[in-house]
Design a protein around this ligand. Sequence first.
Ligand code: NAP
Ligand code: ZN
Length: 348
Amino acid sequence: MTTTVSAYAATSATDPLAKTTIERRDVGPHDVAFDIKFAGICHSDIHTAKAEWGTPSYPLVVGHEIAGVVTEVGSEVTKYKVGDHVGVGCMVNSCQNCENCAAGLEQYCLGTGMIGTYGATDRDGTITQGGYSQAIVVDEKFVLRIPDSIPLDKAAPLLCAGITLFSPLKHWNAGPGKEVAIVGLGGLGHMGVKLAHAMGAKVTVLSQSLKKMEDGLRLGADEYYATSDPDTFSKLAGKFDLILNTVSANLDLGQYLSLLKIDGTLVELGAPEHPLEVPFFPLAGGRRSISGSMIGGIPETQEMLDFCAEHGVTPEIEVIEASYVNEAWDRVLSSDVRYRFVIDTATI
Ligand code: NAP
Ligand code: ZN
């Protein structure tokens, strides 16, 4: 037996999202069912629905920044009870058996691969459907506890944008004495500014223009530069230990690599449609590294939520009604988001 819930779905790469219904599975022994209260809009939702990363199976309900309240738990569930505030991010399962899963790095699962919250084949053979909907059923191992001090609307974007920046900042030891640059002040970027600042690093924003400078400084940046100004690249040459690139489009990576110190690292977080082009000289001349990083594992995601509660770090959000979702997507595409849209799913 399944439950029918209201949702917004993409029906093709080009049509606007439309209201529909989807089925959620019956609650199994290890499952947690919850009413989704808020769902963040991540740029990945748009890349996926518009088939920029390959053609997904339509109709597809996207959304992987999900926050809500538990309505039912399976007989074997120990961590959650009805009424708890919980969240789900970009994955709903993995093999739970390989070396990486055992290390809490389920996003790098070697068995089944991480099973994405939408558009992936779940372990029961069905296609997963995401958070632009009113309820979801997820294995308790992939459910996060939302601390009481974080309201559900502000918690939602932490489940993807928050962890995607928290994980590399920790991995590359952002903290006092470290110069960190955040490229792109969108959903991911603004969380990067807040988290890097909370960790004690010195933070510089590299944005296309100075339009959002006042915001950037208020969010915790120490410096702010426009990448449309060619002087920026000569002024900041060799300055950074770590550059986190959150831009959804392809950039001239050579220009950014030249901003790193010797042995510095540029971490590619944005996932543009086309392959990255890495020129040799700015990479080798400075023994620099380029890396990628994908979200974070389940234990680290819980650590991030608890860190945010402790340090009062929450996203800047604009809560919208579901009927505004297509317009919100257009605004994300034109970098007109301050700084994350969050759907009030009661309006679906
Ligand atoms: P977003 O809110 O649209 O932010 C992207 C920002 O990049 C924009 O606000 C803009 O900042 C800048 N930008 C956009 N187009 C640009 C261009 N043509 N040239 C230069 N800068 C440009 O998107 P998001 O939700 O933060 O996601 C960003 C990217 O990360 C997406 O590709 C998404 O798929 C990916 N992502 C990756 C992971 C992961 O695990 N690695 C997780 C989530 C998302 P300014 O206006 O400040 O220039
Ligand atoms: Zn995302």
